[in-house]
Design a protein around this ligand. Structure first.
Ligand code: SAH
Length: 390
């Protein structure tokens, strides 16, 4: 819609019309009050002013009747119409606003502004081509499972969502949902397919939420979504409003249950060699152990990867003491939660499954039991200083 560069001329021929013109002028800075006097002569003067304004291509607002204005301008309505001014007619009592001529040249916009001032609806007859509204795609971290451990921002996204996409277990964790919300649960592990499906929906204007457990940026969907966007040049995908809502990651949730094992420098490694070579994992484990980082291992073992954890433990035992505390957090934040402490020497891979996060302490990590038997593990914030030299 075109902006009106010059303030429109405001023409009124009756006392009543002048009052309404005054209301419009007072509310619209850009309108130039120029009411005509109320007399036969002035009425003729008004017709002249209207014709002159129309011919000059200037916007004009007339307080009067559509029929009378049409008659006044009729002799000028020819092929030149394209360059002529916008004309808006307003009922003298302010009850109706009609963009009579030049809808695309600003009459519709002006009529809407005036109608707003007068508290009525403009009689807009032009139909605007409907432009698709850009959608929204939020990648949301659900936290470890318990609703109380989910960020309110994540809850808000889920409540606003029209479509929810994710691995079945996590979608269930995020629910219940309303009947109007569409659930796209999947049991396949193809994150990229899910990410592309999410963009396809959001590009149509839908409000889509993709759910991940824990934090969506830790071995989860936020990365897949960004990969999908990065490989796809489609402007409609880039127009989508994209948001990542963080969540409490498994290592943080497990750490909090047992004390503060991540209290000093730590790292998170995935032991899954589905997406990276096993040699890379061994190399990182070794360096992390030598750097004396606390190591949180995600994806520690699965049916398809039965031997990797045993080999990882061999690497770690080569660097770190056998009595190093190890925390096993299984189903943390879920009904079946079990968090316990063992040592690097005693840990048997059989005790671990894919629903477990394994936190291997540093040389400084401590384990103690309170008198009633509760285990606590923490890593001090400080390191022993080397003895001062004299
Ligand atoms: N985005 C998730 C991690 C996905 S990788 C997060 O930030 O937590 C999947 C691995 O995370 C599992 O194999 C397990 O090691 C760990 N994990 C996820 N949720 C867990 C939970 N509730 N309890 C224990 N470990 C969990």
């Amino acid at each position: 819609m075109e902006r009106i560069e010059q303030g429109p001329l405001l023409l009124a021929t009756s006392a009543r019309g002048r009052v309404t013109a005054g209301r419009i002028a007072a509310a619209c800075d850009e309108i130039n009050p120029h009411p005509c006097a109320f007399s036969t002569e002035a009425e003729q003067g008004c017709d002249e002013a209207l014709r002159a304004s129309y011919r000059a291509g200037l916007p004009c607002v007339v307080l009067g009747e559509v029929g009378a204005v049409a008659v006044t301008l009729a002799p000028l309505l020819d092929a030149r119409g394209d360059h002529a001014g916008a004309v808006v007619v307003v009922a003298e009592d302010g009850s109706a606003v009609v963009p009579l001529l030049g809808a695309a040249r600003g009459a519709d916009a002006l009529a809407e502004r005036i109608a707003e001032v007068l508290g009525v609806r403009a009689a807009i007859t032009a139909v605007e081509p409907s432009r698709p509204r850009p959608g929204r795609l939020a990648v949301v971290g659900l936290g470890p499972g318990a609703h109380a451990l989910m960020a309110p921002a994540a809850r808000l996204e889920l409540d606003r969502a029209q479509d929810i996409i994710g691995y079945n277990t996590y979608v269930e964790m995020a629910g219940p949902f309303r009947p109007d919300q569409v659930i796209h649960g999947s049991d396949n592990r193809c994150e990229m397919d899910r990410a592309r499906a999410a963009f396809a929906l959001a590009a149509e204007g839908r409000h889509v939420v993709v759910v991940s457990s824990g934090d969506p940026g830790v071995f989860a969907m936020a990365t897949a979504v960004l990969e999908a966007l990065d490989e796809h040049a489609e402007p409609a995908w880039h127009a989508v409003e994209l948001a990542v809502v963080p969540g409490i990651s498994a290592a943080q949730a497990a750490a909090a249950r047992i004390g503060a094992p991540l209290g000093h420098d730590f790292c998170i490694l995935s032991l899954s060699d589905n997406l990276k070579p096993w040699s890379q994992i061994v190399h990182r484990l070794e360096l992390a152990a030598r750097a004396d980082l606390v190591i949180a291992c995600y994806n520690p073992i699965s049916r398809a990867r039965p031997w990797q954890l045993g080999e990882a433990l061999t690497v770690l035992r080569g660097v770190r003491d056998a009595d190093t505390p190890v925390v096993l957090g299984r189903d943390v934040g879920r009904p079946a939660e079990r968090v316990r402490v063992t040592t690097l020497g005693a840990l048997d891979p059989q005790e671990v499954d894919m629903r477990t996060v394994v936190i291997v302490g540093s040389s400084q990590t401590r384990h103690f039991s309170a008198p009633e038997g509760r285990d606590w593990v923490y890593t001090p914030r400080w390191y022993p200083q080397p003895a001062e030299q004299d």
